[in-house]
Design a protein around this ligand. Structure first.
Ligand code: SF4
Length: 92
């Protein structure tokens, strides 16, 4: 699996998690599903930006996530409240 090696070059698997660049990485959690920063390494998946995804999500939405930013942008483009006010006024 050469792709895995490229994602975390020099990484090694330990009993506590993946050791990479002197940091211990924990596997991603279900909330990371869809994020472009998820990478495979051996039999698990890790975040390429943050060693402890569960801790990151425990204080709110992960600010590194690519899938949450995409959702926020989509919401910003269409504000249903403003759209309904415009429609009620008969405006554009
Ligand atoms: S950037 Fe955040 S959401 Fe994406 S994989 Fe890492 S911890 Fe998970």
């Amino acid at each position: 699996m050469s792709k895995n090696t490229q994602a975390f070059p020099g990484a090694s698997k330990t009993a506590e998690g993946m050791l990479y660049n002197g940091a211990l990485f924990q596997p991603v959690i279900d909330k990371c599903e869809g994020c472009a920063r998820v990478r495979d390494f051996e039999d698990a998946r890790y975040c390429s930006s943050y060693p402890m995804p569960a801790a990151k999500w425990s204080i709110g939405n992960c600010n590194f996530s690519t899938h949450m930013k995409a959702a926020a942008t989509a919401q910003a483009k269409v504000n249903p409240l403003k759209a309904s006010k415009r429609a009620a006024k008969g405006g554009r």
